[in-house]
Design a protein around this ligand. Sequence first.
Ligand code: ADP
Ligand code: TRP
Length: 325
Amino acid sequence: MRILSGVQSSGKLHIGNYYGAIREFVRLQEEGEALYFIANLHALNSVRDGKLARRLTLETAAAFIALGVDPQRAALFRQSDVPEIPELNWVLGTVVPMADLENAHSYKDKLARGASPDFGLFAYPVLMAADILLYDTDVVPVGRDQKQHLELTRDWAGKFNRQYGGQVFKLPKERIRDETAVIPGRDGQKMSKTYNNTIDLFGTDKEVEKQVKSVLTDSTPPEAAKPVDQQPLYALLKLALSESDFAVIDARWRAAGGEPKSHGYGAFKQALLEAFHGTFDPARARYAELMADQAELERLLTAGAQKARAHAAPVMARVRLAVGL
Ligand code: ADP
Ligand code: TRP
């Protein structure tokens, strides 16, 4: 089984990225041949500063490794190190209906939030389809927000195959885990760097504490039973705590007449902060080490790109033959 996924290097990674995506990447690298990449070409749509783009690319690579992606097992690479991607992007684009792109949710959402309608943003799903189709990918682990991109990828691959009368592309499937499909942010909307509602994986202790303390709660008094629906704090505790630790917190959350010190939202935020550090402190330390040795990161990424290009070669040979290049 060949597994592929990517994360844009467009900002700081947050726990939504971890529970929604990277944790799954780490699990899946045991199950097949995994390719994971830093989508730094996609990131150019939002990062318009070369120095920053370069730094974010390395930070994202360090984050993958620190969180458990093993560059010996998986191919870990930078999108921009694989020149076959922009080539396939072009070829694929020749069969992509404009209407598919005009109707894509992500494009419409971004415009609605004030992004400028640039070609790169418009064509984003085609580049993503090229990323996926380039390696005969079977499975693409992603968050729910990416589902439409996978549907479009299959549509276009199917259309291309029919047009050129053969099985040029393998049709990939998304893998979305239901329980973590949408991790809520501090305000209860989907956690996203665009909504400024994140808990960052590699922020300073102070920043993380501030973010955890600002998770939105209602005005239920400490001694009263708390509602569980639509409560980002409750959902985040469920995600971050072990089952047994969560059972204790859950009982307190639902209890009426409890001790205010241990049953108020402040105590629950403290529990979330402790779970965060318990889970991520080893990765945070490893991340700092990796960022201190960027030459080693560069070496790992270069080796990863070589592996990826070797997988891409037979697919590109089929594509070029089919279209007559
Ligand atoms: P952001 O929304 O912060 O810009 P990205 O779009 O770069 O995050 O997402 C990177 C990966 O993390 C994708 O696979 C995406 O589906 C996943 N992801 C991001 N935010 C969440 C979330 N709140 N819940 C689940 N998965 C998420
Ligand atoms: N669009 C994805 C995101 O925002 C990132 C991405 C780019 C990707 N190319 C991909 C994910 C290919 C999976 C496969 O999260």
